[in-house]
Design a protein around this ligand. Sequence first.
Ligand code: NAD
Ligand code: SER
Length: 317
Amino acid sequence: MAKTLIIGACGQIGTELVLALRKKYENETIIASDIRESIPDILANGPYIQLDILNRDEVRKYIIDQKIEHVYLLAALLSATAEKNPDFAWKLNMEGLFTILDLAKEGHINRIFWPSSIAVFGPTTPSKNTPQQTIMEPSTVYGISKLAGENWCAYYHSKFGVDVRSIRYPGLISYNSLPGGGTTDYAVDIFYSAKEGKEFSCFLGKDTELPMMFMDDAIRATLELMNADSDKISVRTSYNVAGCSFTPEKISEEIKKHLPEFKISYNPDFRQNIAETWPSTIDDSVAKKDWNWICQYNLTKIVSVMVKKIKIRKNLI
Ligand code: NAD
Ligand code: SER
């Protein structure tokens, strides 16, 4: 059983990933870590270590001393937050990656997962059915950092044999954890307003179509890629994966089927400019061919689960 460290474990994806890994493997082997002092209650069923990925020496010492074999590196600033602090976003999103890639190059880690994003695409990319390989000229600091990161992953793989695997996640929709500062966050926030009976003020325009995915699909994709045979992995930058694409208007119509009183207004802000540079739909045929990726949640199914689960969560608080 590989000892596994998840860095950035208290965030939207980390929370769910740690739970999924602990369900599949022994709790004691799945170590959650984050810069945060305390962890969400939901992660208290296994080990936790406070680590700052920017403290290279401390991270190196921990990974080497503890004989960590697999690392999921999730700590990053997302698109909207990164635009507000570009220097720090570049530092956090890149330096942490080099720390982990170097440890693998030296033979201390034998497998890395590092997520990329649909943000690697830009205004010149074909926005419909965006191919795995296409024009990539991102116009956000987040997208620039992810595209650079992808290329560094491929470089470390080809030059040093580092086994690093990556997915270009679309916007992720979850109920156990909140999103952390992205352009797609509205698609989670909307459910809280809907359940509270409040009008939702959407920061994207009603026709802005973006690729999205339910968290269960994203976690399954991550574990399937991490468990795939190395010789099946033809892409060492990052894989396109598609869930379902929708607009704010489409998701609000779907929510109204469960909560007919729900109201939405549209007040686009700076995140609209980011969204307009991203694809609306994604071609994930390479992931399907290489490691049999298949999405299980369409919009109808996502909304039905989210409406139910967010009610349960609110009742528990
Ligand atoms: P998040 O913001 O919810 O979580 C990031 C976590 O990293 C937080 O818990 C934060 O405390 C931690 N962190 C921040 N600085 C740190 C540091 N210096 N050291 C250690 N931990 C630190 O982000 P997320 O949505 O879970 O995203 C995880 C990864 O997936 C990121 O790389 C992100 O770019 C990528 N991604 C996310 C989405 C999405 O929709 N959520 C989509 C595409 C890609
Ligand atoms: N959900 C992410 C964001 O909006 C996409 O990488 O930043």
